[in-house]
Design a protein. Structure first.
Length: 287
């Protein structure tokens, strides 16, 4: 086994920085690639891009001078154009924990992830953000839950639908219980993602429009949202029971996939008939 692996290296942070630096293409950063004895950027070039002293950066690579601040790590991550997983790893090496969450609004998903949703032909599946905006869905979700393609982008928010859409409210078996659960889970997700500022406007809007939401938000209840059972009354096929599970999207901590499976064979058969009558995926999905 190698003796200088990242796990055994007493200067793992310096080793990681040196490795990333030597993999960078100088021309990408506006530096000449000529007359270089070693690949990658020079230490002083990384320091220049990160707005720190070359001496301090050299000490970091050599494991001298103590632990850097979070501000220095963020400057290095930006200066070296690290990916989000690389920035997270930088924090773990320096502090033993990932950085504080910083939320960035997602614009969409990859075609590959959409194909994952489409692989569930008779199980409604959606991708939502930490602020509970629905980014993508499959045909089953459009047929059973909501045809999101008919809604404006800002209307595809689960909280807005739950508290502003009478049809969605009427479909819930026990709307009050579901609403309390949704608000508690939404609060937890937004806080975990560091999205407090992003949800402020939505919370203010819903508090003005819905006394029920305002009361639930004041309760400050927080709940987990891993799995459970959803009971709906669908206008086309009547009462149905779905088991839901949530999954993190690797590399996208801002996204969650939710899959709803029929709880019984009878419900499954009814869903197949309903979904079979629905439009083709290309006409319905807005990715």
């Amino acid at each position: 086994m190698p003796q200088n692996s990242a796990l055994d290296d007493q200067n793992a942070l310096g080793t990681f920085l040196r490795d990333r630096r030597m993999r960078l293409d100088p021309s990408t950063f506006g530096f000449s690639a000529e007359r270089r004895r070693t690949p990658g950027l020079r230490r002083e070039e990384v320091a220049q891009r990160s707005n720190i002293s070359a001496t301090w950066y050299t000490w970091l690579e050599q494991g001298r001078g103590g632990a850097p601040s979070a501000d220095v790590l963020d400057r290095l991550a930006a200066g070296m154009m690290l990916t989000e997983p690389e920035r997270e790893h930088l924090y773990i090496l320096a502090f033993g924990h990932p950085p504080e969450a910083r939320y960035r609004q997602a614009e969409g998903i990859t075609p590959r992830l959409q194909r994952v949703l489409d692989a569930f032909p008779f199980s409604p599946a959606i991708i939502r953000t930490a602020t509970w905006d629905v980014l993508a869905w499959n045909v089953a979700a459009a047929a059973v839950l909501t045809d999101y393609s008919t809604l404006p982008r800002e209307g595809r928010n689960i909280l807005r639908l739950m508290f502003s859409n009478e049809r969605i409210q009427a479909a819930q078996e026990d709307w009050q219980t579901v609403a309390r659960y949704v608000v508690g889970a939404f609060r937890a997700d937004a806080a975990r993602a560091g999205a407090g500022a992003e949800i402020a406007q939505l919370v203010e809007e819903l508090s003005r429009q819905s006394p029920e939401f305002a009361a639930l938000w004041r309760d400050n209840e927080v709940v987990g949202h891993g799995d459970g059972v959803k009971r709906l009354t669908h206008p086309g096929i009547g009462p149905i029971e779905l088991e839901f599970s949530t999954f993190a999207v690797e590399g996208r901590p801002d996204l969650t996939m939710m899959v709803y499976n029929p709880a019984t064979i009878a419900v499954s058969e009814r869903l197949k008939g309903l979904i079979g009558q629905f439009a083709e995926p290309a006409a319905r999905l807005n990715v």
